[in-house]
Each structure stands twice: as C-alpha cells, then as structure tokens.
Design a binder for this molecule. Structure first.
Ligand code: NG6
Ligand code: CA
Length: 517
C-alpha cells in the first residue's frame, strides 16, 4: 500500500541540478527541461489520496489521472497546508502559511478578498516572468474589498485580476454557497442587471424568497443532510448556504459546472498556445452538492460522490488533450492535486455513505477533511512534464507551500523581499530528480502538526475530538500526540511518553516556525 521507490540519482544530473539556472538533465529523459514551460495546476476539491486509482485503491477508476502518473512523479507524502479549502488555497497562492493569520478560515460567499493587496502572489510571479495567467473554476478566496459590499451587478473591483490573473472564470466560493453564478473577469456572466439584479446576503433572508428549511418540497434535486444547515436559498432544487435573490438568467446549472469550467480552461489553453501560460484550474468536483452531469451518473456504482470523481478525471483528460492539441505536451508541467482530504457526508443526502462500499478515500490514513490526522492534508499529488519526468513514486515530504518558490526558481523569477516567506525551492523534488524533500512539513487543521516524514507531532488542543456531522476524527487531544508514521501510518499509537526527545525536537521546530515572522 504505502509504496516506496528508490531513485537512481545520476551523479552528473544531481550536481547539475544543484547549480542554479541549470536546465540540462543527463539521465535518460528525452526532453530537456524547458526554461519557461507552461504550468497547469489542477486543484481538485476534497479528493482524497485514495480517490485516485493510481494511489492504490481498487474501488475507483481514474484512467486520465493514472495515465499522467505514468509519465510523471506520484507522491505518497504530499501535503496541502490546511485541511479545508480557503486556507489551503491561500497558502498555495501566496507561499505564506495561512495559520500565521487568523482570518483565513472557510470563506463565506460574500467574503472580502483574503489575499491582501500587498501580498505578492504566485500568479504575479508568473506574470512578471512573461506568462499569461488564468484562474478558472473554484475560487473561495473572497472577492471585493469589504465583506458583503461587492457590486455583484457591476464590476467587482478587487479580485483575481488585482492579484495577478489576466483572465478569470470562477465560482465565487463553493457549490454549496451563494451566489450560484459564474464570474468572468469580475463580472457575473449572463446577468440581466437592469431587469433582474442579483442580491446576496449571509445575514438576512430576502422576503418572498423560499428557503430550503421551510420548503423541503422544492428540494427536488438534493436535500441537505439533517443538522448540516445548507437549508437557505434554493437554486436548481438544491438549498445552499446563504441568501440570494434575482439573477435568474445567470444561475449555473449544477450538472453543467464541470463542462463549463473545463471548456473555459481548454479555451484559455488554446488561446495561449504561442506563449507561456500559467493556468490555475480549481475543479468543483468533488465538493458538495455533488451533481455530476448525467453522462457520469451511475457510472461509479458509488452514487454522486464516485460519479463526481469520474467527472473530475474527465476534466483532467480534456486538459491533457488540449495540451496535446496545441503541441505543448513536452513543454507543459501538469500538476494534479487536491485542496484537502476527503469527506463522505459533507452536508447533502447524496448516498455517499450508503454507497461507499469498500472504497477508502482516505487510503491508509486516519481522519479526513477538517482533521489533524494525516488524511486531513495528505493529498494526492502528481507532477508530470511528459518526456522529461520519468514514471516514479516519490516518498519525499512535500508541501503545496513550496510550489511558489520552486516554480520561481524554475522560470528564473526574482521574488521581491518578503514574498512567499514560507515557500522553499523544491523543484528537484517536484520533478523527481531527488527524493530528499522537506526536513519537515507543517499541517494545519485548527491545531498545528509537524512531521519529519517519520515522526509526527500534533499539538495538544481542547477542540473537539470528533465531528459528528461528517463522522470524522479531528485528531484533537488534550495530550500531545506523537506518531511514528513509518510503523504506524494509521496514527493509532501515541508515543509521546516513549520518545520525549523526538517530541521536544518537533515541538521546538514548530515553535521556531511559529515565531519566525
Ligand atoms: C463547511 C460546510 C461544508 C463545506 C465546507 C467548506 C457546514 C455544516 N459545512 O462549513 O459543507 O461547505 O464548509 O468546504 O456548513 S471547503 O472544501 O470549501 O473548505
Ligand atoms: Ca475542499
């Protein structure tokens, strides 16, 4: 299950790769490392390590992802910074740990931009290096300058454009949060603002607008799970979080979201075939409400959750095909990863629990989304530059926090002082030239954890041990926790009393990281 692969490191290649600016590799790659490759990050939503068949579970089939894995590096110890979306995405795009701030928790659909104007972003780094940049799909990082004050009927004045994205076609927050519309270049798509303006609130219902909690008979597509909320505005027969009114023509159709955002990602690739581009593609799959297109329905045997995984895999296939079509296969780094670990029931009665069968979205890891245990942040990661990367499995410790500095190094971008403070250049790890990764990875899920690849320490916490709604062990304990991940990947045996030296070592590193900035 927990595979390890030993790499043959060729002396010349490793020496070469240690020197900055070296773009040659002397192993058996047929392709030289391009100096300005296209970069595509396909960031899935809530897809667990075990949800992609290349990671070993026999209960799911993701052929397009697996095919990419045969041309690249598949990681077994890769981490998102946080176990939920907003802090995870914030960290990836800024290279700064979300836990250094106290306002990066799960954003409402009318949240202000989380990324501050003075923060230098991953997209800006690409822009300054001459790339055209795009954000397509799930955003969930807030919009506008102040909460609830966005001009939804006009132009949103502070958004992806101001933080480095030349083009954007996004969902403001999540599928289960209003507003249920696409926002293209900071304007709602297809809105008749004059005759049917849109209004959004997270505090006050709009008189006359039926709510899910009062009108279960209108919830014809999906009902919320008991006690999970998600019972406010009704859009397409599904109740959501938040209140919304108007904008009828602009509303998305849930079953078409993957088609719509994938088509926009593909168009962006086609339109930019002649110059380097960076595409940040956040899929809606497999976040709730899971409403995959009818062509995927019933195909996984696991209900909408499994079918949405197949839809995700289809999106990956479309992006890969688009790259082939423009002839950029050997000049495009494609990254497949996820923003946090898996959850089965995250708020809707979609039979995910009932139809899960033997499938293990969390693989061998304990916990899930929201958890300090490994399944919270240990996410799938595949990095492929076909022709250059070799099929390999890497057990290096890696974190999405390092994408920023790694790609900056690769494309020769100079970062301003104070940019991406927590990000390290790990490009050789990401491209599979070495398996010596981070000395430690920090995981965040309310509490902080730190792992050196073998040992993991979870800070003591008074937070709940268990989330009854999602049926997930949160990994909180009033006692310090220390696990040996090599012998006990399921984090069952707390060894904090047995190995005080390791406990102190990891605790001290974590404290010094906390106090660094
Ligand atoms: C939670 C929602 C959950 C999901 C999550 C965000 C409730 C009870 N649960 O608060 O359904 O929307 O936020 O998920 O409201 S994330 O992947 O975008 O972080
Ligand atoms: Ca998520």
């Amino acid at each position: 299950m927990f595979q390890k692969t030993h790499f043959k490191l060729l002396g010349i290649s490793s020496l070469c790769l240690l020197s900055a600016g070296c773009t040659e590799k002397s192993n058996d790659s047929s392709v030289k490392l391009p100096s300005k490759p296209n970069v595509i990050i396909i960031l899935a939503d809530d897809i667990g390590y075990g949800d992609l068949s290349c990671n070993g579970e026999p209960t799911i089939n993701t052929p397009n992802v697996d095919n990419l894995a045969t041309q690249g590096v598949r990681f077994t110890d890769a981490h998102a910074v946080a176990a939920t979306s907003t802090p995870s995405r914030y960290s990836l795009l800024t290279g700064n740990y979300s836990w250094r701030r106290n306002d990066t928790h799960i954003a409402a659909g009318d949240a202000a931009m989380i990324i501050q104007p003075e923060e230098y972003t991953f997209a800006q780094m690409f822009q300054q290096a001459g790339y055209t940049t795009a954000a397509v799909g799930k955003w969930h990082l807030g919009l506008g300058r102040a909460r609830g004050e966005q001009d939804w009927n006009g132009e949103i004045d502070y958004g992806p454009r101001e933080i480095g994205f030349d083009y954007s076609y996004i969902m403001a927050a999540t599928g289960d949060r209003v507003p249920c519309v696409y926002v293209e270049n900071q304007q709602i798509v297809g809105l008749d603002a004059e005759n049917d303006p849109i209004a959004v609130s997270y505090t006050t219902p709009f008189p006359g607008e039926p709510l899910g909690k009062d009108h279960p008979e209108l919830l014809t597509v999906m009902k919320p799970s008991p006690n999970h909320g998600h019972d406010q505005a009704i859009v397409n027969g599904i109740s959501r979080i938040g209140y919304m009114k108007g904008g009828e023509k602009a509303l998305w159709l849930d079953e078409n979201i993957a088609d719509s955002i994938t088509a926009h990602a593909v168009s962006f690739i086609r339109e930019n075939k002649d110059a380097p581009f960076f595409l940040y593609f956040g899929t809606n799959d497999i976040h709730v409400p899971r409403v995959p297109h009818p062509r995927f329905r019933g195909k996984s045997g696991m209900g909408p959750r499994g079918d949405a995984i197949l839809e995700f895999d289809w999106s990956v296939g479309k992006v890969v095909q688009a790259i082939k079509d423009i002839g950029a296969e050997n000049n495009t780094i494609i990254i497949i990863t996820s923003d946090n670990g898996p959850v089965i029931d995250d708020g809707y009665m979609d039979q995910a629990v009932e139809l899960l069968g033997d499938h293990r979205p969390w693989s061998d890891f304990r916990g899930g989304k929201y958890s300090n245990f490994e399944a919270g942040t240990r996410i799938p990661l595949i990095v492929a530059l076909p022709g250059y990367t070799q099929q390999s499995v890497s057990d290096a410790s890696v974190s999405q926090i390092d994408f920023f500095a790694s790609f900056a190094h690769l494309i020769g971008a100079n970062l301003p002082k104070d940019a991406a403070k927590d990000s390290q250049n790990q490009i050789d790890v990401l491209l599979g030239n070495t398996t010596v990764g981070r000395t430690h990875v920090i995981e965040s899920a309310g509490s902080l954890s730190i792992s050196d690849g073998e040992w993991k320490y979870i800070e003591p916490s008074k937070r709940p041990r268990y989330n009854n709604l999602t049926d997930i062990e949160l990994g909180n304990d009033r006692l310090p926790q220390l696990y040996n991940l090599k012998n006990d990947i399921g984090e069952k045996n707390n060894l904090y009393l047995d190995n005080p030296d390791k406990l102190n070592e990891l605790k001290n590193i974590l404290e010094s990281e906390k106090n660094k900035f």
